[in-house]
Design a protein around this ligand. Structure first.
Ligand SMILES: [Zn+2]
Ligand SMILES: [Zn+2]
Length: 232
């Protein structure tokens, strides 16, 4: 079941040429995984053992609650809390060693099932992206036409290329990805400079002079973290 979640044709994800294609791929994987965890996964004991052990991060708890399947979420919480009680408080030895108990609590809270699944599958799909780029001329063209790559996803692509492609191809692939990412960085730097000048009374700028700079702080957050900032 978990494998069905990840069957996504890579070239379709690159087709829209709108923003970072790897963000789009991550969003698809994440959406499917959150739906799965509040749906079919409830009936899969192996998955429940993993979610009890790993739990979820704030971002993914929020996403799960937005599914409006509160009973499913509560059931995962019920067994997760039981597991945490055992991990953090259940062992008499831990109570005698407060430092170890604190470490155990911190470790128990540092994992997220959805993050791990999404990252593992994203890495695998980026390896496939490298192979596709290596063998299909049309996909090379499509890859080169991407308008943006955020910095975290440039890093993941470059790392995947380092593992999956031969020396010459790796250099060529990384150069193309790097050029796309760098173009975004240059544009953001220009917009952020413009943004700060709009607040400088000496610049003589008026409200009509914003150009593309108005939402540039939000776009920098997206470029650096692959996530848009939270709205009020
Ligand atoms: Zn991205
Ligand atoms: Zn997470």
């Amino acid at each position: 079941m978990k494998h069905d979640i990840c069957s996504i044709p890579i070239s379709e994800v690159f087709e829209p040429k709108d923003g970072c294609p790897v963000c789009r791929l991550r969003d698809i994987l994440e959406k499917r995984m959150v739906e799965y965890i509040t749906g079919a996964a409830m009936m899969e004991p192996d998955v429940r053992i993993e979610t009890n052990k790993k739990g979820f991060c704030l971002h993914h708890y929020n996403r799960m609650l937005k599914q409006h399947k509160h009973l499913s979420v509560a059931l995962t919480m019920q067994s997760r809390l039981e597991e945490l009680d055992r991990q953090v408080f259940g062992n008499g030895l831990l109570a005698k060693d407060p430092a170890r108990q604190g470490k155990s609590a911190r470790q128990a809270l540092s994992t997220c099932f959805v993050c791990d699944e999404v990252n593992t599958n994203l890495e695998r799909m980026l390896q496939n992206t490298c192979h596709l780029w290596g063998r299909e001329r049309d996909f090379r063209q499509l890859f080169a036409e991407q308008p943006e790559l955020c910095l975290p996803h440039f890093a993941m692509l470059a790392e995947a290329a380092g593992k999956e492609l031969g020396k010459k191809e790796r250099a060529e692939f990384t150069k193309i990805a790097s050029d796309i990412c760098r173009r975004g960085l240059d544009a953001l730097r220009a917009d952020i400079d413009h943004f700060t000048r709009m607040y400088d009374y000496r610049s003589g700028k008026s409200a009509n002079d914003w150009g593309t700079a108005k939402d540039s702080p939000e776009r920098v957050v997206k470029f650096l973290t692959s996530r848009p900032p939270e709205k009020d």
